[in-house]
Design a protein around this ligand. Sequence first.
Ligand code: ZN
Ligand code: ZN
Length: 342
Amino acid sequence: VKGIKFPGSDRVQIMSFPDPEPGYREVVVRMKASAICRSDLSMYHGSSVLDRESTASVIPGHEACGVVEKIGKGISKEEMEPGVRVAIYLAVGCGHCSYCRQGWSILCKTWKCLGFDFDGGHAELIKVPVENCLRLPDEMSFVAGALSTDKFGGLYHCHKTLGVSARNTVAIFGLGPMGQMGALAAKALGAKVIAVDVLDSRLKLARDIGADYLINSSTQNATKEILGMTDSEGADVAIDCSGNPKAENNALECVKRQGKVAFIGESKSTTINPSDQMIRKMLTVIGNWYFPTWEYREIGNFIVGKDLHLERFVTNIYSLDEAQAAYERFDKYETGLVVFSA
Ligand SMILES: [Zn+2]
Ligand SMILES: [Zn+2]
């Protein structure tokens, strides 16, 4: 089968591999759509975002979906069978710690990541444990399925944790893929959405999604604007999807007393002022990425039920043969979301 690898220095190698054979309680999925993610780029450039050993030996891609083709031993027909359309959960844990037992294998001490630690989605066939297969609703396309996990699912879980609803005004900082999904989910939940970004092109996308207010933080003071929109009270919820220190500080400052803040954008260090920004205001601040396996049914039903059409964010669909061009263009921000299809 065909698949890609990153030998380093912004190169993509299209390679041929032996067909994977499913082991005990493993399945082989025929890839139908596999999304590119910014977190792939460190491997593309030649280093890994997970601070792990060189991953050049692994097929990348952690946002894949497809059709189950082969079933290993130890799996009943009721649990999984060939022909089932599935999205793939990206983490494999030890299987027996308290987190794994609750479907939270991303929190397992020894978790391994699809496309980083073991062969991922940018290949014609993908081998994963059966527990990692998330059934796609019939109405959901494969492209939407690829975007429904890491990109949409994480933001859905964030909103659910913070209790985002029609009662809330939600400020979203950074309208890249995560922020777009966050705005989409918040609107679908009925919230008022304030979109904050430094790029007008991204704010325009936010408007298309239905954002109620747009703030360009390169020319406007985001906190001041948000206080102005909320009778000087502040937003109920702020979600930083940028990882930018200024935005992270704005997120803490623009929410009301007892407000809620989520940090989603990857960020190594930031200077904040806990006394004024968090303690005195009695904020709830969470970090969030991804979701537990059992929640996918709910996520899928939400996407279909609210008619969200995640495909609309995809600007380019490439074959695996075009992977070099796909990564080059994605890296230079010449595209929106990019998906491989096979
Ligand atoms: Zn991702
Ligand atoms: Zn575990």
